[in-house]
Design a protein around this ligand. Sequence first.
Ligand code: A3P
Ligand code: MG
Ligand code: MG
Length: 369
Amino acid sequence: MASAQSFDIEPIARFNGASAGIRRPKEITCFSFDDQHKYRWDDSSLRYYHPPTIPADLNRGFDTFRALDDTRDDHLDGLVDTIALHEKEKGAKVDADIITWRGMMTKIMATPFSKLESWEMNATCFQGSIFIEENHATKLFSKQQQNQQKMPAGTPSQDIMSFWGYKFETLSLIPDTWDPTSREYIESRETEIVDNHAQYCSIVRTGFGKIKMIIGGEVDAVWDVKPTHPSSTPINYIELKTAAKIHTDRDQAKFERKLLKFWAQSFLLGVPKIIVGFRTKDGILTDLEEMETQAIPEMVKRGKGFWDGNICINFAAGFLEWLKTIITEQGVWRIRKVEKSSRLEIFKIEETGHGDILSRNFMDWRSSG
Ligand code: A3P
Ligand code: MG
Ligand code: MG
C-alpha cells in the first residue's frame, strides 16, 4: 500500500483574505425519488413552501414515521446516472475536475472550523474527473457510536431530533404550487404521515478558483415556481432547518456555529434562502426566521466570529487543487479526517479500478463512446 500523504489544515490563517473566484452555481439537470424512493429523471418531487401554523408540536406522528432505510450504500448512483442521462441528451460529456454530492463538499468546506469532526471519503479518477463519495461504513459506525453516547436524562434521542426536521418539512411544504384546493392540503398537514422517501435533487455546475465542479444535492423546496426554461436568474430554492431557540449567549454561540453548515450547504447549490424553524427543547416549533444565505457569513463576523466563509472557500479550493495532483489515475483513495487532527490524510486503498464509487450504468455509457 502506498504511504499516506497529507494536506495541512493548520495554520488556517494562510487561507485568509478575499475568496478564490467562485463560479455561481448553475443548475444543469435534476432528478427525483418518488414516495417509494424510485428514481425519476424529473422534478416531480419538488415541493413548495407555504408557512406552517405556529406553534406546532414537532413530536406528533413520530410513531408513524415512514423512515427511509439509510443503511444501504447508494454510492454516487443517483448523481452519476443522472449525469449519464444528461450527457446522452446533450451529446457531450460534462467537464469537471470534481464530481460529488453536496454533503462531501460541505464537510470539506467546514474543515477549518470543525476540529472535532471525523469522517472518511473514497475517491477515484475516471476520464479526467475525480469522483468523491462518503465512506458509508464509517458513517454508519459513527452514527451507532453517537446513539450509544450517554446523554443527560430527559434529552430527546437522536432519532426524535432527526424526526423533528422531517416533521418541520411536512408542516411547511406542499406538493404543488398554490391553488385554491391547496387550502385543504394545508389544513391537513398536521396529521399528514411524515415520510422521507421522496426527494428532489438539483445538480449544478460550479467552481472555486481553478477547480470546476459538478455537485448534486437535495433541495427542500422552491419559494415560488421553478422557471421552466433555463434562465440566468437563480432559482428561488429554499432550505428548511430546525434549530433550538436562543435564550442565552451560549445558545447564540451554538447557533452561530450551526450556521456554518447551513450556509455552506446552501451556498454550494446556490440556494438563496434558508428558513429556520426555532423549537423549544421539547420540540415545539414557536418561531420562523428567513435568512438570506449570502448574508450569513457577515452576520457571523459581526456576531461571535467563530468562522469565516472566505477561509472555507479558500481552504476547499486549495485542498481540491492539491487533490488533483494526487488522484490522477485509476484506483481508490481514502480521504480521512480524524478528530482534532490538524491535517487531512490520503492513502490509496485499491490499486486498480474504481471500487464501487461509479455505477455500472455510468461506466458503460462513458466507455461506449
Ligand atoms: P434539520 O436540519 O432541521 O435538523 P436537511 O436540513 O439537510 O434538508 O435535512 C432534513 C432533516 O433530515 C434534518 O432536519 C434532520 O432532521 C434530518 N437529518 C439530516 N441529516 C441528518 C443526520 N446526519 N442525522 C440525523 N438526521 C439528519
Ligand atoms: Mg433536505
Ligand atoms: Mg432542510
